[in-house]
Design a protein around this ligand. Structure first.
Ligand code: HEM
Ligand SMILES: [Ca+2]
Ligand SMILES: [Ca+2]
Length: 297
């Protein structure tokens, strides 16, 4: 079951524009939905494929797993689905809505536009235990490469897609150990942090402060989809340990270098996103078109 551009051109010609206007409306009142939806699509695709498994409610579903607790934007997908069911009942999958919404979120934050192939089916399974396929923020580059290659994505795709961190924020809990109790060095700080950046991060996340406080992943440009994230890595100004490793690990640095220009990043991001959004597509009886995105039919 391959996806294709224009899949809904006959069955629901307004599908794409309905999603776009829904995302736009929510974005205007709450700009954090843009990074939220981009990340949600990634977390969907890496776990059982791009099948909207991440949207299902219930005990021990993906939603309840640690890496997904901070996801946001569910209400945007539900809103788009309600409008689409009114316009063309039973036609547009939740997985496709999420793929469109991720692209629309990039466009709304001044990033590149690209054509999204559609025709995904929604899955019928969602298990918290399957979220171990997602990369962790303390994992080595080697481990990250393995997790991406298990999904058909190479090192170029890895670096490009992590560039999604050009927008959005992280809670202090995911990186404050780098500032105060990094265990591999004597003084407790991660030596890959630029010494002039350290006090800045410490001020944003004080020791024993509020661990849920949010800090931009791309310092100085958290609301704009640009290549500033990569120049920050070059300057030792990555926020997550896994982000900074893209520069400090020599095996992968050249990909960061190749994305320092905004045009190169924009072009490559669209390509890598299309690859990612085709992971593990469901066909036949493995899938369905959900009526409500938070539950199987
Ligand atoms: C090695 C791979 C990755 C790791 C370890 C990682 C880890 C994280 C962590 C820890 C956060 C902060 C979460 C929170 O505070 O709740 C985050 C946020 C985010 N991630 Fe990733 N991520 C990775 C790859 C990606 C990819 C491939 C994308 C998209 C293409 C992505 C998009 C985002 C976005 C947009 C945010 C901000 C979310 C928001 O502001 O709500 N990440 N990531
Ligand atoms: Ca999924
Ligand atoms: Ca940015």
């Amino acid at each position: 079951q391959a996806t294709r551009v224009g899949f809904y051109s006959k069955s629901c010609p307004r599908a794409e524009s309905i999603v776009r206007s829904t995302v736009q409306t929510h974005f205007q009142s709450n700009p954090t939905v843009a990074p939220g939806l981009l990340r949600m699509h990634f977390h969907d695709c890496f776990v059982q494929g791009c099948d909207a498994s991440v949207l299902i409610n219930g005990p021990n579903t993906e939603k309840t797993a640690g890496p997904n607790l901070g996801l946001r934007g569910y209400e945007v997908i539900d809103d788009a689905k309600t409008k689409l069911e009114a316009a063309c009942p039973g036609v547009v999958s939740c997985a496709d809505i999420l793929a469109f919404a991720a692209r629309d979120s990039v466009v709304l934050t001044n990033g590149p536009n690209w054509q999204v192939p559609t025709g995904r089916k929604d899955g019928r399974v969602s298990l918290a235990s399957a979220t171990t396929d997602l990369p962790g923020f303390t994992e080595s580059i080697d481990a990250q490469k393995k997790k991406f290659s298990a999904k058909g994505l190479n090192a170029q795709d890895l670096v490009t897609l992590v560039g999604g961190h050009t927008i959005g924020t992280s809670a202090c809990q995911f990186f404050q150990y780098r500032l105060y109790n990094f265990t591999t060095t004597g003084n407790g700080t991660d030596p890959t942090i630029n010494p002039s950046f350290l006090p800045q991060l410490r001020a944003l996340c004080p020791q024993n402060g509020d661990a849920t406080r949010r800090v931009g992943l791309d310092t100085g440009s958290q609301n704009r989809f640009d290549s500033s994230f990569f120049s920050n890595l070059r300057n030792g100004r990555g926020v997550l340990e896994s982000d900074q490793k893209l520069w400090t690990d020599a095996s992968i640095r050249s990909f960061v270098q190749s994305l320092l220009g905004s045009n190169a990043f924009n072009v490559q991001f669209g390509k890598s996103m299309v690859k990612m959004s085709n992971i593990g597509l469901k066909s036949g009886t493995q899938g369905e078109i959900r009526k409500v995105c938070s539950r199987i039919n």
